[in-house]
Design a protein around this ligand. Structure first.
Ligand SMILES: CCCCCCCCCCCCC/C=C/[C@@H](O)[C@H](COP(=O)(O)O)NC(=O)CCCCCCCCCCCCCCC
Length: 238
């Protein structure tokens, strides 16, 4: 898998194996963006993996689109995710854009230049590190939810899968009111057959096959970010 040259190489991107739909989550996130998430870079000693910001953001955009197609009851969630995605896009488009090419380069740049409020909110309430941390926590929810969906049976409830995944992940970081609002929104999720249809990937079997590829990729992106943030003590940024 690793390139023998010293240059940064992307994983080859296979043609999409699954149907793609308006909602496009899985096309965008798995077949497209996630495949490109992982950039391999050969160093003298070891192979390190970097997460390419442009594709991280593209993945979130696909998810937000899908979330919007589930109805206005999810509007408060998609608005928050969209505004955080926009903050990262603005950094990418700024004069320091090249420093934000990967999650790793962003962390180094912002820490070296003291652009992160580390202990309490101060002059950088919307740093890249802090903003990405919120999406990173949501990625764990996604991983847990999609894995449940992948292994679910026909009459399992998506609202239950969603709630369990949320309680195991994001809920730990949300105050009571947000947890309450999120919990209410989950009731509006379509049942499993309807949900698989909204995903617009193909037959239920095709969705399951696609999830079998997507979940490990999401998990890998999550783990790489988690270890990076842990190493720099960034997991509790205010
Ligand atoms: C499929 C149903 C989707 C349910 C989504 C489950 C996650 C529930 C998250 C509830 C977030 C509520 C909105 C507000 C959050 C903020 O307070 C909070 C803290 O931000 P702050 O520190 O700047 O104040 N923000 C966050 O934690 C970031 C939340 C980002 C949530 C993104 C969720 C995107 C979900 C996309 C689902 C697409 C369906 C995929 C299935 C194939």
């Amino acid at each position: 898998m690793c390139s023998l040259s010293d240059s940064v190489t992307l994983h080859p991107i296979p043609p999409p194996a699954f149907g793609r739909g308006e909602a496009g989550l899985l096309y965008s996130f798995a077949s497209f963006s996630l495949q490109r998430f992982l950039v391999e870079k050969k160093t003298q000693q070891h192979y390190g993996r970097e997460i390419y910001m442009e594709h991280y953001v593209a993945g979130w955009k696909g998810l937000i689109k899908l979330l919007n197609s589930l109805g206005s009851v999810f509007g408060f969630i998609s608005k928050d995710a969209a505004s955080k995605t926009q903050i990262l896009m603005n950094f990418l488009d700024s004069k320091n854009g090249s420093e934000y090419a990967t999650v790793q380069s962003m962390v180094k740049f912002e820490l070296d230049n003291e652009l992160v409020d580390v202990n309490k909110k101060g002059i950088y309430p919307e740093s890249g590190c802090r903003t990405l941390l919120r999406l990173h926590r949501a990625l764990r929810w996604l991983e847990l939810f999609l894995d449940r969906l992948r292994t679910s049976k026909e009459d399992d409830k998506t609202s239950v899968m969603c709630r369990e995944a949320y309680n195991e992940s994001l809920a730990h970081h949300h105050p009571f009111m947000i947890r309450k609002a999120a919990g209410l929104a989950f009731y509006s999720l379509p049942g499993r057959p309807g949900f698989l249809e909204v995903m617009n990937v193909g037959s239920p079997e095709q969705v399951v096959a696609m999830l079998g590829e997507a979940v490990p990729l999401i998990s890998e992106v999550y783990t790489i970010t988690e270890e990076l943030y842990q190493k720099h003590n960034l997991l509790d940024l205010p």
